[in-house]
Design a protein around this ligand. Structure first.
Ligand code: NDP
Length: 398
């Protein structure tokens, strides 16, 4: 199937790292895409500038206090402005051929669901919403016949080499991990890691939340859960191997001993292009892989002792029910507090471990249940940070 008519695209999280990479591909391919709606949280200036540049029909900020600033920034452009969480959800549900779901965190849950119900194909970057509402979200996807196109580089790689018609012949998925900035650091050194050190990913340039998740390796834990839901394999059939060069983006092993891999430069524009052009391909500038120049690809086992987030995520997936929701909400809360300078780097895993071990388990029967569990886990995490971690740092100091 070739695409002749321009495809209408909506980008949720247009001002972020994935959002801007998506826009750069749209601008590199004039005439192939037209932009329906763009959303952001509160970055009015970037949103308005992007909307004007690509001629979007609608621009939305989630933070309703930013509405008048957005309206002013768009004045004279003919671009519609809107604000508020509900406006983001409505933008996601507008008729489009493709919606890029690239809001960070569970904040993207309702809009990603609206996109899944809209009839558009959904390019899926916002892994947290699948982690926190996996079975319910997949039920919506099945009900509406939504085409979910993974954007995470690992899941895009698996998507490209996974023989869905012969799933029984798959032995396992092998997700590769760069290892993040602390790949070789001992735990004692990680305890004192600064924000700047933690966000400085050695390979990928990404938003701050996913950069911290990469440093704790919670990102790989979330990806194990994401792979389980996207490809329908149990947790025991999703392996992780550390591959610092990030050239092999993931692999699928089959029962005949074949392991199929997808390789590429560590540039998010490639997996984004795979999703945007699917089932075709589109050119991506500067994406040539020079293996002779790279010379060596190396691999090492993931270390769940130095990076307990991996084991916590596996545990949450084995527990099932609301455990992944709790894991995700506690992690989001702790990462935000770390980025604000309120807690230490290793405190992130302490918050998650405590929430997972303390909060009661249930099976969410609806998205409202998921939202309630998410809220409760955030409150628990805040309380844990305010009481246990404060006391802990005082006692360490004395
Ligand atoms: P960024 O932090 O760079 O961007 C996040 C986007 O979401 C921004 O547009 C931001 O708006 C918007 N946003 C933030 N909070 C809200 C909210 N409460 N309501 C509505 N919109 C909001 O994130 P990334 O682009 O790095 O990541 C986006 C998603 O993609 C994440 O789920 C991440 O895990 C996933 N991903 C990212 C990769 C990457 O390379 N960056 C790779 C693979 C997956 P504003 O600018 O106004 O704050």
């Amino acid at each position: 199937m070739s695409q002749s008519k321009a495809r209408r695209v909506t980008i949720l999280g247009a001002t972020g790292s994935v959002g801007t990479s998506t826009l750069s591909l749209i601008e590199e391919n004039p005439g192939k895409y037209e932009v329906e709606a763009l959303t952001a949280n509160r970055d009015v200036d970037s949103l308005a500038a992007i909307a004007r540049r690509v001629g979007a029909k609608l621009a939305v900020v989630a933070d309703s206090t930013c509405y008048s600033a957005l309206k002013t920034a768009l004045s004279g452009s003919g671009i519609e402005a809107a604000a508020g969480d509900q406006a983001v959800v409505e933008a996601a549900g507008r008729p489009a051929d493709l919606v890029m779901a690239a809001i960070v965190g569970a904040a993207g849950l309702h809009s990603t669901l609206a996109a899944c119900r809209s009839g558009a194909a959904v390019a899926f970057a916002n892994k947290e919403c699948l982690v926190c509402a996996g079975p319910l979200m997949l039920a919506e996807v099945a009900k509406h016949g939504t085409r979910l196109l993974p954007v995470d580089s690992e899941h895009s790689a698996v998507f490209q080499v996974f023989d869905a018609a012969r799933k029984g012949s798959v032995v396992k998925i092998i997700l590769t991990a760069s290892g993040g900035p602390f790949r070789t650091w001992p735990r004692a050194r990680m305890e004192g890691a600064s924000i700047a050190q933690a966000v400085a990913h050695p390979i990928w340039s990404m938003g701050s939340k996913i950069s911290i998740d990469s440093a704790t390796m919670m990102n790989k834990g979330l990806e194990i859960i994401e792979a389980h839901f996207l490809f329908g394999l149990p947790e025991s059939q999703v392996d992780v191997v550390v591959h610092p060069q990030s050239v092999i983006h993931s692999m699928v092993e089959y029962e005949d001993g074949s392991t199929l891999a997808q390789l590429g430069t560590p540039d998010m524009r490639t997996p984004i292009a795979v999703a945007m052009a699917w089932p075709d391909r589109m050119p991506v500038s500067g994406a040539t892989l020079d293996l002779a120049k790279i010379g060596q690809l190396t691999f090492e086992p993931a270390d769940p002792i130095r990076f307990p987030a991996l084991a916590l995520a596996r545990h949450a997936l084995q527990m099932g029910g609301d455990a992944p929701t709790i894991l995700n909400a506690a992690n989001e809360t702790a990462v935000a507090r770390f980025l604000a300078g309120h807690i230490g780097f290793l405190d992130i895993e302490r918050v998650v471990e405590s929430a997972l071990g303390t909060l009661p388990s249930m099976i969410p029967g609806s998205i409202d249940d998921v939202v309630a569990v998410d809220k409760e886990a955030r409150l628990y995490a805040e309380d844990f940070i305010g009481t246990r971690l404060t006391r802990r740092s005082v006692s360490t100091a004395s």
